[in-house]
Write a protein that binds this ligand. Structure first.
Ligand code: PLP
Length: 390
């Protein structure tokens, strides 16, 4: 056990490489959050303070809508992307329908997979998972074969949160449009890390504020105006009647601030993250020659994510050692990291149980530095050597 003083010192020098689970709050975004706390009135109230809060909510919605090139009526704020996904899926499949099929990539986030399994169990849809193979992405030809006239929805993520592997959303959206099937895109692992233009043909899309330096508590769901969904949460009729409950204005304002900073920040931030990630991988491969492999490196990946296989090692032991030495990484998806199970995503890509259990995810943000990457490499190499020599 570390003493409190040692723990404090470690926290101060902690190298945070778990940005796909959540990101540190940007100081400017924190300012927006704090000043929105001063507009504490309920946006549904009709008095002056309520009207001010309503205006702030409307302008946040406009900012998010503009970034996605959609109209503000098509944006719904939720507390998390998990909630946005639940809203979309549970509303779309609110009735028993033993014919409606959902075609989705087999490596979707648990928010998608678990919700779909719940719906299927309740006879509201039939599941058609699409294998992604060792490349880790949806093959458009395979998707073309998987859809039919019973397909009610296609779901693909823009990028996978564990491997960073991207899907060709433009090609998938074109296919969905050709077949007039709604397409839902989970853009959480990509939006805010790379430039993203939502292609025509996307019917539903979600982003989450805390994944790009906003605060936890606000996400946005785009719902194409042609899609008419029944309410998900009943009550006072907020969010176009789909998601009742007083809006979390400070977190929403922070999300809008995070979005509004992207235009200016992202070109340099994207290059910065890519350089850090690439240097990190190059140095690891050089220093631990033959002992590491980068999962998914043959496919197109989002710039900030590295999934490293430490051959023959126990990933959990390495994760804990790194944590004690001051490097925060993750094993599998952060949302299920409490269980530390080998990643179903990696298993789906054909890795063995042993390989999946030996893989760790390192995810960078624009706030990481080259100096941190260099220190992380030193610590990782040291810990790998220590663990393999005992
Ligand atoms: N989708 C992806 C790809 C994610 O990585 C996550 C979170 O890790 C989610 C959805 C859920 O996001 P939230 O934490 O906002 O519920």
């Amino acid at each position: 056990m570390l003493k409190k003083s040692q723990r404090n010192l470690l926290m101060k020098h902690l190298i945070y490489l778990d940005n796909n689970s959540t990101t540190p709050v940007d100081p400017l975004i924190k300012q927006s959050y704090c000043s929105a706390l001063d507009s504490w009135a309920n946006p549904s109230s009709s008095h002056y303070l309520g009207r001010k809060a309503r205006q702030a909510l409307a302008s946040s919605r406009e900012i998010v809508a503009a970034a996605l090139h959609v109209s503000s009526e098509e944006i719904i704020f939720t507390a998390s992307a998990t909630e946005a996904i639940n809203l979309a899926l549970q509303s779309l499949f609110s009735e028993v329908n033993t014919a409606a099929e959902v075609v989705y990539s087999s490596v979707e986030h648990p928010a998608v997979i678990e919700t779909l399994q719940f719906l299927a169990k309740n006879r509201r849809c039939i599941l058609r998972p699409l294998p992604v193979g060792k490349e880790g992405f949806v093959k458009v030809e395979a998707l073309e074969k998987a859809v039919n006239d019973k397909t009610r929805l296609i779901i693909t993520m823009a990028a996978n949160n564990e491997t960073g592997i991207k899907n060709d959303i433009a090609a998938i959206a074109a296919l969905a449009e050709r077949h007039t099937i709604p397409l839902m895109v989970d853009a959480v692992a990509l939006f805010g890390k790379e430039r993203f233009t939502m292609p025509k043909g996307v019917a539903l899309l979600c982003i989450s504020g805390h994944k790009f330096h906003g605060v936890v508590g606000a996400a946005a769901l785009f719902i194409d105006k042609s899609l008419k969904l029944p309410p998900f949460i009943l009550g006072g009729g907020q969010e176009r009647g789909l998601r009742a409950g007083t809006e979390n204005l400070p977190a929403i304002a922070a999300l809008a601030q995070a979005v509004s900073m992207l235009d200016e920040l992202l070109p340099a931030a994207q290059l910065h993250m890519e350089q850090l990630r690439n240097d990190f991988e190059e140095q690891l491969k050089e220093r631990l020659c033959g002992f590491v492999a980068i999962n998914g490196s043959e496919s197109l990946r989002v710039v900030n994510t590295s999934n490293v296989l430490f051959k023959g090692m126990d990933g959990e032991s390495l994760l804990y050692s790194l944590d004690r030495a001051g490097v925060a990484a993750s094993l599998g998806s952060a949302c299920s990291s409490g269980s530390l199970e080998p990643s179903p995503v990696l298993l789906n890509m054909g890795l063995t149980l042993q390989q999946a259990s030996s893989s760790l995810r390192f995810s960078f943000s624009r706030m990481n530095s080259q100096e941190e990457t260099a220190r992380a490499i030193e610590i990782i190499c040291r810990e790998v050597e220590r663990l393999t020599s005992v």
